[in-house]
Ligand binder design. Sequence first.
Ligand code: ZN
Length: 52
Amino acid sequence: MSDKYEGDFYCVKCKEKRTAEGEIVVNAKGTRMAKGKCPVCGTNLNRILGKA
Ligand SMILES: [Zn+2]
C-alpha cells in the first residue's frame, strides 16, 4: 500500500508553487519523496519529505 501526499510542490517549469496529490516513495537512501504532477503543465514534481 502506498501513501498519498497532498500539498505544495514547486513546479520548475511554471516557476510557481502548485498544490497537487502525489504518491510517496522511498528511495535507496531511505528518504521519503512525494511524486506528483503539475495540474497546469503536466510536469513531474518531486518533493523531499525527509527520512522515514
Ligand atoms: Zn507546472
